[in-house]
Design a protein. Structure first.
Ligand SMILES: Nc1ncnc2c1ncn2[C@@H]1O[C@H](COP(=O)(O)OP(=O)(O)OP(=O)(O)O)[C@@H](O)[C@H]1O
Length: 373
C-alpha cells in the first residue's frame, strides 16, 4: 500500500490557476478526505494524483515513487466515481472481471494493438480462466453481490451499482483507492449505509484512500484526516475532532459543523484567558488571541438554555426564542440576543417541552467553549 505525497502542486487551465501550491502528506493506510465547496479544486487534485491531468508544477509521489511521468494505468490507483461508470451491456461479473482480463491479455500479448485487444476481450467475455473467476467471485462475495453476478448493472439499485464499481476497483488490488463523490447519487438512507460499508472495507484492507466530497458530515464521519479546500487552496488539514474544536478560520468554523460566529474586540488579557467585547456584551474565553480584532466562535451545542436552578456561568446572556426546529434527538433554537441571532442545540428527550416563539430565556456558555480566531 502506498503513501501519497503531493508537493507544491499547481494546476492552470488556459492560464487560470485553479490549484495553488497544494501540499498533502497522506499516510499509508489512511482514509483521507478532500472537502470543500463546489469548484474549489478537489476533483482536479484527485485527477492529478490519478494521472488524468498533468500538473503545471509540483510533484506527486505514490509509495515514494515520483509519478509525474508515469501513465495513469501504471499508477496502480483504483478509481470510483459518482456516476459509477459501469458497462451497461455487461453483467456484474463481466464488469468486475473486465480490467483483470485486459491486464492478462496485455501481459501475455504485449505487442498487440488496441483494436486487437478489443476483439480478443469481446470474444473472452463470459469465458475466464480459473484464477480470474475465483478472484471476481471472492470480491463479489466481499461486497455482498454474489447473488447478483449474472444481472445487468442496469438491473441493480444505485447502492448495488456503487458496490460493483467498488469491487471493480478493488479486484485490481490497487495501492491507492481514489473516490470522487461516490455517494452523491444515492438517497440519504443508502448514503449512510454505504458510508459504513466503504469505511469498513477500507479498514479491513487498510488501503490508502482519498475521498472527495463537498459534504462535511460525510468527510467528518468517514475520514481519519480531512483537508478543507477553498478557491484552489488548502486552508486546514486535521482530524475531524481537530477541525471541529480548533478551526483556524471563520470559513472552517462555518463549513465544518454549524457555528455562531461573531465579531469581537479584545478588552482584557487575564492569566487564564481573555475578555472580549461583542456588541453590548462582555464574553470570557480561555483562549488568548494574538490580535485585538477577533472572530468569536460558539458552537450551537455550547449554548446552554438555563433553568432556574442552573448554576452561574461566567458567560450569561438573555434572549428571546425566535424559532424552534425539532430534529429528532435534538431541538435547534434560533434565539435573539441583543442584535445577534444565535443558534443553540439542546438534547430532546421524549416529553420535553419545546420552547415557543417569544419565550424569554437565559443562556450560559462556559469560557472553554468560546473559541477565538
Ligand atoms: N478541464 C478543465 N478546463 C478548464 N477549467 C477546468 C477544467 N476542469 C476544472 N476546471 C475548473 O477548475 C476549478 C476546480 O474544478 P474542480 O472540478 O476541481 O472542483 P471541485 O471542487 O471538484 O468541484 P465539484 O465539487 O463541483 O466537482 C473550477 O473552477 C473548474 O471550472
Amino acid at each position: 500500500m502506498g503513501a501519497v505525497v503531493v508537493e507544491q502542486l499547481v494546476k492552470d487551465f488556459s492560464g487560470v490557476t485553479v490549484l495553488h501550491n497544494i501540499n498533502l502528506d497522506i499516510e499509508e493506510g489512511e482514509f483521507f478526505a478532500l472537502l470543500g465547496p463546489s469548484g474549489c479544486g478537489k476533483t482536479t487534485t484527485m485527477r492529478c494524483i490519478a494521472g488524468f491531468e498533468d500538473p503545471t508544477d509540483g510533484t506527486i509521489k505514490i509509495g515514494e515513487e515520483a509519478m509525474n511521468d508515469i501513465a495513469p494505468n501504471k499508477r496502480n490507483c483504483g478509481m470510483v466515481f459518482q456516476s459509477y461508470a459501469l458497462f451497461p451491456h455487461m453483467n456484474v461479473f463481466d464488469n468486475v472481471a473486465y480490467s483483470l482480463n485486459v491486464r492478462r491479455l496485455k501481459n501475455s500479448n504485449p505487442l498487440k494493438k488496441i483494436g486487437v485487444y478489443t476483439r480478443m476481450l469481446n470474444s473472452k467475455i463470459g469465458r475466464y480462466p480459473k484464477d480470474i473467476k475465483n478472484k471476481v467471485n471472492d470480491i463479489l462475495e466481499y461486497v455482498e453481490l454474489q447473488d447478483h453476478a449474472q444481472k445487468l448493472t442496469s438491473e441493480l439499485s444505485g447502492g448495488q451499482q456503487q458496490r460493483v464499481a467498488l469491487a471493480r476497483a478493488l479486484v485490481m488490488e490497487p495501492e491507492v483507492l481514489l473516490m470522487d463523490e461516490p455517494l452523491s447519487n444515492l438517497d440519504q438512507k443508502l448514503r449512510h449505509s454505504m458510508r459504513n460499508t466503504i469505511r469498513q472495507i477500507q479498514q479491513d484492507l487498510k488501503i490508502t484512500t482519498i475521498f472527495v466530497t463537498h459534504d462535511q458530515e460525510e468527510a467528518m464521519s468517514m475520514a481519519d484526516r480531512v483537508a478543507v479546500m477553498k478557491d484552489g487552496e488548502i486552508l486546514q488539514i486535521g482530524t475531524p475532532t481537530d477541525l471541529y474544536s480548533n478551526p483556524q478560520s471563520p470559513f472552517i468554523a462555518d463549513f465544518v459543523g454549524k457555528s455562531n460566529i461573531l465579531d469581537g474586540k479584545l478588552i482584557k488579557r487575564e492569566n487564564d484567558g481573555s475578555v472580549i467585547q461583542i456588541g453590548e456584551q462582555k464574553v470570557k474565553s480561555v483562549d488568548s488571541p494574538e490580535k485585538d480584532e477577533v472572530h468569536v466562535v460558539i458552537r450551537p451545542e455550547s449554548i446552554n438554555i438555563l433553568d432556574e436552578e442552573s448554576k452561574d456561568y461566567d458567560n450569561y446572556f438573555e434572549g428571546v426564542i425566535q424559532f424552534a426546529t425539532y430534529l429528532g434527538s435534538t431541538v435547534r433554537y434560533d434565539i435573539q440576543v441583543g442584535k445577534y441571532e444565535l443558534i443553540a442545540d439542546t438534547v430532546y428527550e421524549s416529553g420535553d417541552n419545546i420552547l415557543q416563539h417569544g419565550t424569554k430565556v437565559k443562556l450560559g456558555v462556559s469560557p472553554e467553549r468560546v473559541l477565538l480566531i
